[in-house]
Write a protein that binds this ligand. Structure first.
Ligand code: ZN
Length: 241
């Protein structure tokens, strides 16, 4: 399909689509630091590009990406934008209310940023309770963790490290400052025996968690294709659900 995004359709085309289908894709991202080499929009760009590719190949429409997410923990780095959990939840829920008007029953959220997950889970509960819409949340580093582990070692799978950087190199090579690639072993992690809120800059001075210097465009392309295939399988399953 040459128009993968809802905002590219006319209302007549949208009417035809919603008369046939009750499933849409919704990419959600963030604008936050990803180390000195990667663009702030890494998470929104990866979510958007996965959604566009899957929409193009499946014929299921994607909404435009919701760019901002929950990024308080990255506010130690310039340019990071965060919205509150309440704002994100009510914004996404309002989008789902509109979709409900057009008969949508299933929404596949392609989430590009882990910090959004608890909020999106609340949205999923409310959407089911209040609108009868089933929300499915796909995160490429957890849903696709098996494929990720086949291509990248553990120290390449952290925030802004080899996997994310390789995806950027494949999708937006002009945005990656390869001369600024950094490897940094984080001090501690977000997962602790006793939960506490932590800022990224407490654990990593560069904002990178792990090894970035091994990133390549080829590895990014291989991972992207595997993730797209995985999402296409899920779309096929959801169409029959
Ligand atoms: Zn990211």
């Amino acid at each position: 399909m040459d128009k993968p995004f809802l905002h590219q359709l006319s209302y007549e085309e949208a009417r035809d689509y919603f008369s046939r289908r009750d499933l849409v894709i919704l990419p959600v991202g963030s604008v936050e630091q990803h180390g000195p080499a990667n663009p702030l929009g890494t998470d929104m760009l990866i979510a958007q590009d996965l959604a566009r590719e899957v929409a193009s190949r499946s014929g299921i429409i994607s909404l435009p990406v919701i760019p901002f997410g929950i990024s308080f923990h990255h506010m130690g780095f310039p340019g990071t934008i965060t919205v509150s959990e309440e704002s994100l939840a009510s914004y996404v829920l309002d989008v789902l209310r509109s979709l409900s008007r057009w008969g949508v029953k299933k929404v596949l959220v392609v989430n590009g940023h882990g910090g959004n997950l608890p909020t999106l889970q609340i949205v999923a509960r409310k959407a089911m309770d209040e609108l009868g819409i089933r929300v499915y949340i796909y995160q490429w580093w957890t849903s696709g963790s098996k494929m990720l582990a086949e291509l990248f070692s553990e120290d390449e799978r952290g925030h802004a490290s080899g996997a994310e950087t390789s995806l950027n190199m494949h999708l937006h090579p002009e945005l990656v400052r390869t001369e600024r690639l950094v490897d940094e072993e984080p001090k501690g992690s977000f997962e602790a025996r006793v939960y506490r809120f932590a800022y990224t800059h407490e654990m990593s001075s560069s904002g990178v968690f792990g090894r970035q210097s091994s990133a390549t465009r080829e590895r990014g392309a291989a991972l992207f294709e595997k993730l797209v295939q995985d999402l296409l399988d899920i779309v096929t399953e959801l169409e029959g659900a």
